[in-house]
Design a protein around this ligand. Sequence first.
Ligand SMILES: Nc1ncnc2c1ncn2[C@@H]1O[C@H](COP(=O)(O)OP(=O)(O)OP(=O)(O)O)[C@@H](O)[C@H]1O
Ligand SMILES: [Mg+2]
Length: 401
Amino acid sequence: MDIVLISEDPAFSERLGAILDKQPGFAVTRCDASLARMNGKATDLAKVSELIVFKATPDAQDETEALRALIAAGGNARILAVSDSSIPFGVAHSLLRAGVSEIVPDTIEDAELAKVVNRLAKPRRLTLISQDQSEGHVIVISKARGGIGATTLAVNLADQLCGKKKRFGKSETRKVILVDLDLQFGAVAGFLDLQSNDALYSMARDRIEPDSVFLQQSIVTTPSGLSVLTAPDGFMPLNALQPDQVRFLINRLRQMYDYVVIDLPPAMVDWLTPVLEAADHLLIVSGTSVPFVQQTRRLIDFFKDQNPSLRIEVVVGQEKKPLIRSRRQTEAAKALQTEFKHWLPHDPKSAEDAMDRGRPLSETASRSPLTKEIAQIATDLLKLIGTKANNKTASADRLGR
Ligand SMILES: Nc1ncnc2c1ncn2[C@@H]1O[C@H](COP(=O)(O)OP(=O)(O)OP(=O)(O)O)[C@@H](O)[C@H]1O
Ligand SMILES: [Mg+2]
């Protein structure tokens, strides 16, 4: 088990080093610098380690920036902060938000600290399965500009994630809910020929934290078995929902469903924070022209700032995947530090026909390239998330931070 110990305080390094050296099977590397002043080699080491232990200083801004950079650089290490009593609550909170798994005070007994280290250093699969029995995955759809096809992707991705019942043999269905949080211009109900209801509006108006009875009354289901929480029919101010209500809503839905797919509004509102904190994957539907790239860059920076461990993918909307990429496409991918894996071909006939009939593409144009590409996105996401068993490990990864 590789552990990296980061601190510029020699007394702290001595004490922690002594505790860690006593644990069988631990290889400890000491780094005599603060987290914010680590050199490249130490950063590389930290990336491949299982556990990073660091001394948290009151100088939080530098620490959290450094942490975010470390997490963004990849790696799978858990992070333990040992703080002195001068760390204010707000600083501790921002460390946790930046990805620290646990913070313990430096007054902790040696034996207690050894226990914490042992617990955090265990492979995640073993530690976390029991903690995270039934947490669905949250997939969020955003867009770089209106009309690019984000709702088309949200609706049909949710449909594909449901899986299909096989006539013979085992069915491969999953419990999926599509939530239309584009509160003012949400179109999901129309896409699926569903009656929209005012659940989200009454939630906001009455300051309700939705319990399962409220949700059961508010969720509608399509004939193919997809559950939907629609945007309200009438006008509702975008900021009428409170962040805590949205956090509560998503947590509830994650307990009830395997997958929660959320269609976001184009605006920045304060309740996006809980959505992004809960999200496992975020897909931004965008294009390859310069204004698209600029807007997408802004969105990625904002989303990453809210949740550094979020997996973000840019899906190219209304463009067929080229055999050979043009210079513009290559430049766009470079600017966004992505490889554009999925391209939704321009296919107005299939898209509009499905919309007019209020059915998902899988029922109206199952062979169209657009349907196949969305099915591929679903397959790739499922692969990434893993089977039901791995599913728990994947969300444990998130919890484990
Ligand atoms: N791949 C596609 N090819 C051609 N037309 C498409 C495609 N995807 C969606 N459309 C059409 O573009 C229009 C906008 O689609 P959609 O509502 O999915 O976009 P959006 O990004 O969610 O827009 P909004 O800003 O209104 O939320 C619809 O008429 C839809 O049928
Ligand atoms: Mg939309």
